[in-house]
Design a binder for this molecule. Structure first.
Ligand code: 4NP
Length: 164
C-alpha cells in the first residue's frame, strides 16, 4: 500500500496557523500525544502547516518547545511548512487557530470545499474564539491551556462523526 493510500484510510487532521512555529505545531504535538493516550494513534494522519512560508524547515519556536518539554510531549521531527493545494484533499479536518488563518485559508483553497473549523469554536465554555498568538503575546501557557481544551473537544467531535 502506498503512503497515499495508507493516509486515505486514516482520519486526516491538519492544524493551521500563520507561521507554523508556535500554535499549530503545539496543537499537532499535543493532539498526537492525546490520541496516543487514547489508543487511537494508528487511526490518524496528523500534521500542521502555516499560511505563510517564512519559517519553512524550521523547528517549533523555543517557547513552544519549552512548554511541550515541561509537559513531556514530543515534538521530534516537526518542521514548519506552508499549506499546499493538496492539503485540501489529503486532510478531512483543517483546524485553524484564528479568524485570519480562516480567511488566508479561503484564499489558498481556490474553491475547494473542505470544511475549515476554528479550534475554539468547538469549545462551548471558553469566551476566546481565537487562539492568541504567543509569537506576539509571549504567553505560551495561555496558548497551551486553550489548545488543550480545543484538542479535547476536537477529538470528541471526530469520535462522534466516526463512531470511534
Ligand atoms: P504562529 O506564530 O502563527 O503561531 O506560528 C507566528 C510565528 C511567526 C510569525 C507570525 C506568527 N512571523 O511573522 O514570523
Amino acid at each position: 500500500m502506498t503512503t497515499d493510500q495508507q493516509h486515505k484510510d486514516k482520519i486526516g487532521v491538519l492544524f493551521v496557523c500563520l507561521g507554523n512555529i508556535c500554535r499549530s505545531p503545539m496543537a499537532e504535538a499535543m493532539f498526537r500525544h492525546l490520541v496516543q493516550q487514547e489508543g487511537l494513534a494508528d487511526r490518524f494522519n496528523i500534521d500542521s502547516a502555516g499560511t505563510g512560508d517564512w519559517h519553512t524547515g524550521n523547528p517549533p519556536h523555543q517557547g513552544t518547545r519549552t512548554i511541550l518539554d515541561r509537559y513531556g510531549i514530543s515534538y521530534e521531527g516537526l518542521r514548519a511548512r506552508q499549506v499546499a493545494a493538496n492539503d485540501f484533499s489529503d486532510f478531512d479536518y483543517i483546524i485553524a487557530m484564528d479568524d485570519s488563518n480562516v480567511s488566508n485559508l479561503r484564499k489558498l483553497m481556490k474553491g475547494a470545499s473542505t470544511e475549515v473549523i476554528k479550534l475554539l469554536d468547538l469549545v462551548p465554555d471558553v469566551k476566546l474564539k481565537d487562539v492568541p498568538d504567543p509569537y506576539y503575546t509571549g504567553n505560551f501557557d495561555e496558548t497551551y491551556e486553550l489548545v488543550g481544551k480545543g484538542n479535547k473537544a476536537l477529538l470528541g467531535h471526530i469520535r462522534r462523526e466516526h463512531n470511534l
